[in-house]
Design a protein around this ligand. Structure first.
Ligand code: GCU
Length: 703
């Protein structure tokens, strides 16, 4: 059958009340103006067909899907298993890529991979499974005109990480402290409002498209802090979760649920949630069975246990392996996984106690348990040992558990990086983390750890930065973080600058008025280095925090200094920083394998940007840069503010070229960023000037 290509109702995001982000209709212009053949069947192939049909309806192309095949396609999107393709070039490519012919073995493209080539005027995407076809189609969209220019030698594309997940910290009911979305800076939740499911499938479908187009394939739909209403998603409110799964499924996204470890008590009426109790095991098995009856492709559970007051196995004298394995056992028959978070520490610490070090906590708790977790347990580890700061060393847990499936968790929601009021492109930071080699230059990277052996790793996870804001992420430029997350999870070796370029190409250039070059230049000039700019005007040299307690926005140098949270900087009149050495400090450096255990232990060898994370040093300590610590603090804080001022200027200059609504929103955010950066600069500089008594070598104004 040939698919009608005119008169279709268009649900293009560009015509909606929300921003099209990286899929404005014009991003499909090249694809949509061709003859396109889609070969194969299945739910996700239907999605491909729908995308292609809409694009072709808009831009004058043609679509074929089934006989009669009198076609002259310029783009062929085919499942290899669907049999011969009625296009000579594509068929030759299919035969050439077929395992029997090239000897690469069955399933060489995997569940999500594809082969892309352009030969003799035909662009061919071949896949072994429908998801691969979908990802291949989005690749063609990314390439734009380049997909139809010169020949492209056949290349196989497969995700480096099988699990590419976004965790929403969304509450169903508005929480008195954390609101509708915990640490959310983009309005309300896409899923929930005031205690009920939103049931807005059009917006959710657009969200799923955006995620699939950057490679995300899993999502959890509620906050890791599972409160009373949210606990019910596992049972009474399961229908709401099933409805979300229904909308996300055509884009290859599997739904997960955050559950409370106390569920057998709070939902099941049992007297205990002890993981070794038979009744508890039976309860989880039955509850999980019901989940899979409703949602056959359900991904699994996400659990925050014995952390910041959440219930967990400790109450029963059991450990985290006992707890995680309990849920793993219930999920195993259905192919699900339990994602158990390693974010466990004492949040009721006495600040006078210098022997307890929050940075040590995850390793102390979990490293001894290596080898004890069931196969379908994924331990989800925050990338750093403390809590999503703009600079931290990589968590030593990621190098300490070779017999455990590990996932790396980053934070797209900008809790500690400017709360989507500041521009802070996190691609370079995540890239640095993923490329880090805990065992030294010859060893694996963190990306290798997340990939695991034979694809068995836990993958990459980000806490979502999305809400019901018309621009999805509050700050329109924060969309780039979501996009970069997906792309880095697909290929951690991608260059973050190139990812930004892709995002600019897809999001802005198709809708730019006039010459696109200045817009591209401006975006790069503002965003490329924006994470380092943020780092410059906030807490110095890796020491972290110094934010307002509670909401975590803006400076408050001593805000956490005398609290129970374990986040201290120990500044006094002589120096600043946390001594985490084994020689004289908390011994945290010992949690790293060599060479880092030695590098971090040594004041001389420790990288400047982490110096105050590992060492307490005098203000006049000289950095590798040649500057003293105190002068570095002054210099970076003055420089950071100047950089933000320059961003503001640059943005003004592109006023006529981008949509006025977007321009206004970004301009308003840049004003706030500038105000806030000045506040940071003045508080930090003044604080350290008063503590140290050391004047600025350049005589600039310090209050
Ligand atoms: C941070 C954040 C909390 C969140 C926690 C977590 O501490 O401030 O809001 O619940 O991380 O990751 O569980």
């Amino acid at each position: 059958m040939s698919v009608p290509v005119t008169g279709r109702a268009s649900a293009d995001a560009g015509e909606s009340a929300w921003h099209a982000a990286w899929l404005p209709p014009a991003a499909f212009r090249e694809l949509g103006s061709r003859g396109v053949l889609v070969h194969g069947d299945g739910l996700l192939v239907d999605t491909v067909l729908d995308e292609v049909s809409r694009a072709c309806a808009r831009y004058g192309g043609r679509v074929w899907h089934g006989p009669p095949w009198q076609v002259d396609a310029e783009l062929v999107l085919a499942l290899r298993e669907a049999g011969p393709v009625p296009n000579a070039v594509a068929e030759a490519a299919r035969l050439g890529a077929t395992p029997a012919v090239n000897g690469t073995g069955g399933g060489a493209l995997g569940d999500e991979g594809y082969l892309l080539a352009r030969v003799n005027g035909v662009t061919v995407v071949l896949a072994d499974a429908p998801a691969g076809l979908l990802y291949g189609m989005f690749h063609v969209v990314r390439l734009g005109a380049a997909a139809f220019d010169d020949d492209l030698p056949p290349r196989r594309h497969r995700p480096a990480l099988d699990r590419r997940m976004l965790d929403h910290w969304d509450n169903v009911a508005v929480h008195p402290v954390s609101g509708q979305v915990e640490r959310g800076y983009a309005g309300g939740s896409l899923f929930w409002r005031d205690g009920a499911a939103r049931r807005e499938p059009a917006r959710l479908r657009d969200y799923a498209r955006l995620l699939a187009a950057c490679g995300v394939n899993a999502i959890s739909v509620n906050n890791v802090n599972v409160h009373d209403t949210e606990a019910l998603l596992l049972t009474d409110r399961l229908g709401d979760v099933a409805e979300i799964a229904e909308v996300l499924r055509p884009y290859g996204i599997r739904v997960h649920l955050a559950v409370t470890f106390a569920a057998p008590v709070v939902l099941g009426g049992l007297p205990t949630a002890d993981p070794l109790d038979e009744r508890v095991r039976a309860w989880w098995a039955a509850a999980t069975r019901r989940v899979y009856q409703r949602i056959p492709d359900f991904g699994g559970y996400l659990v925050k246990a014995d952390s910041e007051g959440r219930p967990g196995p400790f109450a029963y004298g059991r450990d985290h392996a006992d707890g995680a394995n309990l849920l793993a056992e219930a999920l195993a028959p259905h192919g699900g996984v339990v994602r158990w978070r390693a974010f466990v520490y004492d949040h009721r610490q006495d600040w006078r106690d210098r022997s307890t070090d929050r940075a040590r906590a995850a390793h102390d708790h979990f490293a001894p348990l290596d080898g004890r977790f069931a196969d379908n347990v994924i331990l989800q580890v925050k990338f750093g040992p403390i809590d999503f700061q703009a600079r931290e060393p990589v968590s030593p847990v990621l190098a300490a558990m070779p017999a455990t499936r590990l996932a790396v968790e980053v934070q797209a929601t900008q809790e500690y990086t400017g709360q989507q009021r500041h521009v802070c492109y996190l691609g370079p930071w995540w890239s640095e983390v993923l490329r880090f080699r805990p065992w030294g230059a010859a060893g694996d990277t963190i990306a290798d750890v997340a990939a695991g052996r034979a694809g068995a790793g836990g993958g990459l996870v980000a806490v979502s930065n999305v809400g019901d804001d018309p621009f999805w992420t509050g700050h329109p430029l924060a969309q780039a973080n979501l996009y970069a997350f997906g792309r880095l999870a697909w290929d951690p070796l991608l260059d973050p600058g190139a990812i930004l370029d892709e995002w600019i190409d897809l999001t802005w250039l198709p809708v730019t008025k006039g010459d696109p070059a200045p817009v591209r230049r401006t975006m790069h000039a503002i965003m490329d280095d924006s994470w380092r700019t943020y780092e410059r005007y906030t807490a110095p040299l890796g020491v972290g925090f110094m934010v307002r307690p509670g909401h975590h926005y803006g400076p408050d140098v001593d805000g956490y200094e005398y609290t129970p949270w374990g986040t201290y900087h120990f500044a006094d009149r002589d120096g600043v920083g946390v001594d985490r050495t084994r020689a004289t400090g908390t011994g945290f450096t010992d949690q790293y394998p060599p060479p880092w255990s030695e590098v971090y232990e040594s004041r001389e060898r420790c990288p400047d940007e982490l110096l105050l994370f590992f060492h307490h040093v005098p203000y006049r300590h000289v950095l590798h840069s040649g500057r003293t610590v105190i002068q570095h603090i002054y210099d970076t804080h003055f420089a950071g503010v100047e950089e933000v001022a320059a961003m503001r200027e640059r943005w003004r200059l592109v006023a006529g070229a981008v949509d006025p609504a977007v321009h206004d929103r970004v301009a308003e955010r840049l004003d706030e960023q500038f105000r806030s950066a000045v506040e940071w600069r003045d508080q930090i500089n003044t604080y350290f000037f008063r503590k140290s008594g050391v004047p600025d070598a350049h005589g600039r104004r310090i209050h």
